[in-house]
Design a protein around this ligand. Structure first.
Ligand code: SAH
Length: 250
């Protein structure tokens, strides 16, 4: 198995593939003042196994196109949607977020939790702009510095992982420069990282290593994840995910 297959194998076994929470997805819906009865077309980009997709499907009168480039994740999403009787609201689409087959002004809402960093915030929000209807809504979560300065260890770690990491005011400014009006922002609280993401991830390591014969590659992945979790414990006051809600300008 190559590294991507191993990561898919690790992550498909846990409820979400990044920090977040059902209550926080609903909080974003409320902040955006989304009408729960209106018929809506939504794209959930980088949906993983569908943590946000399934909440949106449950709470809204929506058709949701759930996009991910890993079919393994979409298979899990499809079976969860079936069990929850939400399949009629969810259309899985296996493709890259860099080359989406969407039409201009196709969607009322573009949603993306913990995923836009894969192509970069600036590229993502500017590329996806055309797919939104005028006045359509963008809801994205993005790793964000909580303070203007921070210890060099954590600064170097995240700048190396994701050079676009920045403070919220810079992200808002990028939204403003790319045809959006920011209308809401909040920070994911600690339980979204620890209880909802890191703990299930750590609980899955033993089975993951067993399934993969304790290969050096699998052990390297577990080691890297543990290092990231340690850094979070130590430096969590300096960064989190920000949830950005913005309206496409006419
Ligand atoms: N939104 C989910 C998953 C976040 S993890 C959640 O909050 O749980 C990021 C997701 O983006 C993964 O599922 C990964 O497979 C997907 N992804 C990464 N690069 C991608 C790309 N270029 N195109 C489409 N999906 C991608």
């Amino acid at each position: 198995m190559d590294e991507l297959q191993l990561l898919a194998d690790l992550y498909k076994a846990i409820p979400r593939q990044g920090p977040g929470g059902d209550a926080e997805t609903e909080k974003a819906l409320n902040l955006a003042a989304i009408d729960r009865n209106a018929p809506l077309k939504i794209a959930d980009i980088g949906c993983g196994t569908g943590a946000s997709t399934l909440i949106l499907a449950r709470l809204l009168n929506a058709c949701i196109t759930a996009v991910d480039f890993l079919q393994d994740f979409l298979d899990v999403l499809e079976s969860k949607a079936e069990i929850q009787r939400l399949s009629n609201k969810v259309t899985p689409l296996c493709c890259s977020m860099e080359s989406l087959p969407f039409s201009e002004q196709e969607f009322d809402i573009i949603w993306s939790e913990g995923a836009i960093y894969n192509i970069g915030f600036k590229k993502g929000i500017s590329d996806w702009h055309e797919y939104l209807k005028p006045n359509g809504l963008l809801v994205v979560s993005e790793i964000t510095w909580m303070t203007n300065t921070r210890p060099v260890t954590i600064q170097n770690h995240w700048e190396n992982e994701y050079p676009e990491i920045d403070v919220a005011s810079s992200k808002m400014s990028i939204l403003e420069q790319n045809g959006y009006s920011p209308i809401g922002y909040f920070v994911l609280p600690e339980h979204c990282w620890v209880e909802n993401f890191y703990r299930p991830l750590q609980d899955s390591f033993t089975d993951f290593l067993k399934r993969n014969g304790h290969s050096p590659e699998a052990r390297a992945i577990v080691e890297a994840e543990n290092k990231e979790i340690e850094l979070y414990e130590k430096y969590k006051s300096y960064y989190s995910y920000g949830v950005y809600i913005a309206r496409k300008l006419d």
